[in-house]
Design a protein around this ligand. Sequence first.
Ligand SMILES: [Zn+2]
Ligand SMILES: [Zn+2]
Length: 317
Amino acid sequence: MGASATPGTFDRRVFLASTAGLLAAPWLSRRLPARGSRTRLILLGTAGGPRPKRDNAAPSQVVIANEVPYVVDCGNGVARQLVLAGVSLQQLRHVLLTHHHSDHNADYGNLLLLAWSSGLRTRVDTWGPPPIARMTSQFLELNAYDIETRIADEGRVPLAPLVHVHEMAGPGVVLQDDNVKVTSALVDHPPVRPAFAYRFDAADRSIVISGDTAPSDNLVRLARGADVLVHEALYLPAVDRLVARVPNASTLRAHIIGSHTSAEDCGRVAAAAGVRTLVLSHLVPPDDPEVTEQMWVDAARPHFAGEIIVGRDLMEI
Ligand SMILES: [Zn+2]
Ligand SMILES: [Zn+2]
């Protein structure tokens, strides 16, 4: 991918170079599925930040390729969101975490445990940055009482042997199977390192999930020519109203601005990468009645001519 290990500042040259490439735009002719159904993308939760919210779930999405689900991030409530999306927990197969902030991993272990207690009896592979291996083993230990009770009481198979953890320190090809090729890039989300974005290449479409990041050249390269880019998005005028609610407002504001991406820059990244559709998700703020859907679109629109979708929970794209 040519992804650099050094999270860099956003390079305007990348924009210009790829804007020129738009003229060719070979990805505008959508390829047909080789087999099976269309690769699906369902946004499970679209609200940025760990604070539980009344109307929006925490960040998570699932790519379903040839009926196999690949869950990306496990914000609070991900198991329930999968159920609401009609995805069988017994079929859980791959779980990928972008980084270790609680809005992305709070229910990582819970998803495994609750899928298992819903009847999962088959292998699950999980992928993410360190210390995902230790988190997994300690989660299983934390819940040993329930697990052992259900094995004895309900005849379930042991959970630990089903879970295969892959700890990834750097970017590259994550996995490749009959359904998809998944590739990661390092993105820029200080102070959390590493933080990854993931790209899914299926027979019929390509989907990129940004994870949390400031505007990232690595992400532009990863997303080049993709059909869909799901990008985290910040509505800048509302940030001050948002941080006013916490005691350390100035520190939080600096963190938010320095490690996330405004809706305007989401448009720039999407244009630079030459994607077909930009999906704004991990919305901050997600639930400010003064920030309408049209305002999100209007922020990104001057910078990106393609389709712009404002993500909502359980939306399928
Ligand atoms: Zn986040
Ligand atoms: Zn984060």
